[in-house]
Design a protein around this ligand. Structure first.
Ligand code: HEC
Ligand code: HEC
Length: 322
């Protein structure tokens, strides 16, 4: 009887710790951040203190909404897209600290309102305008907001992206286009310059000169990124294991809400873009997951059968002893 009481007390304490104290401590240590449902309308923007800036932001997002309501002409947008392609081309090189990404699936992975905002003002769209107090031109894509200004032109080029740059996108492509210019993924064999090329050692010297040259190029790119962002963005190979899914979702949707002042831009992913990026993070961070998911139920079934057999065996052993 005494043992039972002690057991009861221990059990109650354990349960209180498990359900009460631990989650409470967790919620105190990590501020809970709500997502915004992948809606880009300014509600997640950094809180402005000055009245003028507040009014400017309000007008900015109201304009975005108006442009979104226009009917875009994809064909007319193709000509405007040539201006984008001047920077976003195959073999693009680092400009102002970062290499313009491929836009091959931009229409599939980015939200429409975000794209409109991005062309109007890339710093505000990506929620890092606090880095550019003297205007948006200092942003490496800033000049676009002086090149494409008419609302109808913006609507047209976004219509072009949504029509012609929205094909089937693989998880790896989504990651490379949306994150890869800043984040390496070692397990996915990706650097900020793309896929690591296959190289060979020279038979006589044992040296792989091409691999060394490539490493040097990556180091130069990373140094430029670190200058631009104040820090080298972390490798994302196993980030999915280090952070909760909720954290990753809200952080990627709007980095400022989780890490105020961070240099990581809002990337403007839509639902498909977010799902594909996550699929890639899961694949590199947990390559054995599919196998585990397949084996899990089998192991459970084994234990069930084993328990049943053990029970029957015990029963038969004890028969006659009572
Ligand atoms: C002057 C060069 C330049 C021009 C012109 C330009 N871009 Fe960019 N773009 C960049 C750079 C550089 C980045 C990366 C910025 C960063 O990561 O901070 C970028 C990023 C982007 C991104 C990724 C945004 C994100 O963070 O998710 C998209 C989408 C994009 N540009 C679309 C366009 C479109 C559409 C046009 C034409 C209307 C265009 N760009 C014109 C240089 C340019
Ligand atoms: C223009 C560069 C840039 C792009 C593009 C970018 N990031 Fe980042 N990211 C950063 C920087 C810089 C940091 C470091 C943030 C800090 O410490 O303030 C970071 C940090 C992170 C972190 C770590 C957060 C933590 O808790 O430490 C994750 C996760 C992340 N990024 C995911 C992504 C994903 C996923 C994408 C693509 C959808 C992406 N990033 C696109 C620059 C970028």
């Amino acid at each position: 009887m005494k043992e039972l009481k002690i057991f009861g007390i221990v059990a109650i304490f354990t349960l209180v710790l498990y359900w009460g104290v631990e989650p409470f401590a967790h919620s105190q240590m990590h501020k809970h951040v709500e997502g915004h449902g992948l809606v880009y309308d300014g509600t997640a923007d950094i809180e402005e203190t000055s009245k003028d800036k507040k009014a400017m932001k309000k007008a900015f997002w109201a304009d975005v909404k108006k442009i979104a309501a226009l009917k875009g002409d994809a064909k007319a947008g193709e000509a405007t897209f040539a201006m984008c392609a001047g920077c976003h081309m195959d073999g693009a090189v680092n400009m102002g600290g970062v290499t313009p990404p491929s836009l091959e699936h931009a229409g599939a992975i980015y939200d429409k309102n975000f794209l409109i905002a991005l062309i109007k003002d890339p710093a505000i769209a990506t929620n890092v305008d606090h880095k550019y107090p003297n205007g948006t031109m200092a942003h490496p894509m800033g000049s676009i907001s002086t090149m494409v200004t008419a609302p109808q032109d913006i609507a047209n080029v976004v219509a072009y992206l949504k029509a012609k740059k929205a094909g089937e996108v693989t998880p790896k492509e989504a990651f490379t286009e949306a994150c890869g210019r800043c984040h390496a993924n070692r397990y996915g064999k990706l650097t900020q310059l793309g896929e690591i090329p296959k190289t060979k050692s020279n038979i006589k010297t044992g040296l792989d000169i091409d691999a060394m040259k490539y490493k040097e190029k990556v180091a130069t790119e990373q140094a430029a990124l670190a200058d631009y962002l104040g820090t080298l963005p972390p490798d994302l190979s196993i980030m999915i294991r280090a952070r909760s899914e909720h954290f990753l979702h809200t952080f990627i949707e709007n980095p400022q809400s989780t890490l105020p002042g961070t240099a990581m831009p809002r990337t403007g992913l839509n639902k498909e873009g977010m799902e594909k990026v996550f699929a890639y993070l899961e694949k590199t961070g947990d390559p054995s997951k599919p196998l585990r998911e397949e084996t899990g139920p089998k192991v459970l079934l084994f234990f069930l059968i084993f328990t049943a057999l053990a029970f029957l065996w015990k029963k038969s052993m004890w028969k006659g002893h009572h």
